[in-house]
Design a binder for this molecule. Structure first.
Ligand code: UTP
Length: 470
């Protein structure tokens, strides 16, 4: 039986030059053989070969960046907008009150840059409370549901590396107030890493391929595979607010953003911030041949100043719009895309990936030695009908925790400073005095905006000690 299995696997692998992954088969116990066999059978070996070939002939970003135009957007200070922010807010509120809005939160990946051993969502970020990213984002959903008087179900994506701990953590914390019935946790898929020179699959262990999460774009297939699309359909949800776990400033289900999306009959809307410098480390939302696309900073930043600093005839920069990874999707669009199946392309990233050498010794490279394949959800932008771009003020809505302390940007310290600055401004606008240098934090269940703070605090309040409003 085992011999037949080995032969079957071997002939499958040999056809594409990958039989080396069975090098330690004879040493493995039956359950380990089963595990390796399962991983191999799940692979689309022809696809991996084709992706490796394509990876060696990458997209011509210089050409795309030269053709790119600044995206048309609902900009913050544009008085000529087709709809005002007030109109958008009213429409968004009505949308929320219709009970047809859900949330997709992606909390998979590996959080390598931050360098923590637990899911990023468990990272403590509240500057006074020490609340985790999960607590802040889930409480924001609870608060929004409460204020619009409707349930807002959450579809939470994990990765194999974050799944079990996330489930246990949320259970232990009673989902931070979100009803169990309103929370669906689903795990994204994986892709194998391959050697960057040869395209050969890498072994992480004698019975395990080196696998990594398939990118936030894996959400589409994972939503379908885990029955979330049917659940969305059954509940009659029409609009899905999408965000990432690493941004504690996200304005959850932002009514203005949702309103622009609804008023524009958009299938996919994306929120952007005006970049501080043209080489900021955020994706660049642009229009190419009349379609919205995102050029990753890692691709743009390899290009010359002449391209990166291109300007429109009115003198404004082409690459001004930084991607916040906050979107609104129409449920029907997601369903259509999931049915189209593997609509999203894979992107390649060169990374340092540990692997077993021929002798079965673990090699831990210091430099990128492998290629990982990832899908990005924003590749749906050019396919969506009426995709729109809405600008938000970075100081109020975007502070991603990406890097470990010490990095110049997007670190826990810089994010906490931004949270304190925003919450201080809300308190001051409500007539409170906050002593300079005093850390204040407003919990989502206390208030989610300057206006809500003004309704809850007493004008004249003086804050001289760190304080958490909850
Ligand atoms: P990042 O691209 O910043 O990746 O993800 P990361 O895994 O958090 O961190 P690095 O790059 O390894 O340092 C942005 C968001 O997308 C989610 C992450 O949880 C984060 O919220 N994500 C990323 C996934 O859910 N799955 C993935 O495969 C990748």
């Amino acid at each position: 039986m085992d011999r037949t299995k080995k032969e079957e696997l071997c002939s499958r692998l040999a056809a594409v030059g990958q039989e080396h992954v069975l090098a330690f088969w004879d040493e493995l116990q039956p359950p380990m053989r089963q595990r390796l066999a399962g991983q191999i059978m799940n692979l689309d070996l022809a696809q991996i070969g084709a992706l490796f070939q394509a990876a060696t002939a990458p997209e011509n970003w210089a050409d795309l960046a030269r053709r790119a135009m600044a995206p048309t957007a609902f900009r913050l200070h544009d008085k000529q907008r087709a709809f005002s922010a007030e109109q958008a807010n009213d429409r968004g509120q009505a949308g929320l009150e219709s009970g047809r809005v859900g949330v997709i939160l992606v909390a998979g990946g590996q959080g390598t840059r931050l360098g923590v051993d637990h899911p990023k969502g468990m990272f403590s970020i509240g500057p006074v409370s020490g609340a985790s990213l999960f607590q802040i984002l889930l409480e924001k959903i609870v608060a929004r549901a409460r204020s619009c008087g409707m349930r807002i179900p959450l579809y939470l994506m994990t990765s194999p590396a974050t799944h079990d701990e996330t489930v246990a953590y949320l259970r232990a914390n009673e989902n931070f107030g979100l009803a169990q019935d309103d929370l669906k946790i689903f795990c994204q898929g994986t892709m194998p890493a391959v050697d960057a020179q040869t395209g050969r699959l890498l072994l992480a262990e004698k019975d395990q391929l080196a696998l990594s999460p398939d990118g936030h774009g894996g959400m589409l297939q994972a939503l379908a595979a885990h029955g979330c699309l049917s659940d969305i359909h059954q509940r009659g949800l029409r609009h899905l607010f999408y965000c990432q776990i690493d941004n504690p400033l996200v304005e959850m289900c932002d009514p203005v953003f949702l309103g622009f999306h609804l008023l524009s009959n958009s299938e996919l809307s994306t929120q952007v911030v005006a970049k501080r410098t043209l080489r900021d480390k955020v994706g660049n939302v642009v229009s190419i041949d009349g379609k919205l696309r995102i050029i990753e900073y890692s691709d743009l930043n390899l290009l010359s100043d002449e391209i990166v600093e291109r300007r429109a005839p009115d003198g404004s920069p082409i690459f001004w719009a930084g991607n916040t990874a906050i979107h609104v999707f129409e449920a029907a669009f997601l369903e259509r895309m999931a049915h189209i199946g593997t609509a999203l392309p894979f992107h390649v990233a060169k990374k340092a990936v540990s692997y077993l050498d021929r002798a079965g010794e673990l090699v831990e490279p210091q430099r990128p030695n492998a290629i990982k394949f990832e899908r990005f959800i924003f590749d749906l932008l050019p396919i969506a009908r009426q995709a729109i771009v809405v600008e938000v003020d970075e100081s109020q809505a975007f502070a991603p925790v990406k890097n470990a302390p010490g990095d110049p940007r997007d670190t826990p310290e810089s994010v906490q400073a931004q949270m304190i600055a925003l919450h201080t401004s809300w308190l001051r606008a409500a007539g409170c005095e906050v002593a300079p240098g005093t850390a204040v934090e407003i919990g989502p269940l206390f208030a989610q905006s300057a206006q809500e703070v003004a309704e809850r605090v007493r004008p004249g309040l003086v804050v001289t000690q760190p304080r958490f409003f909850c």
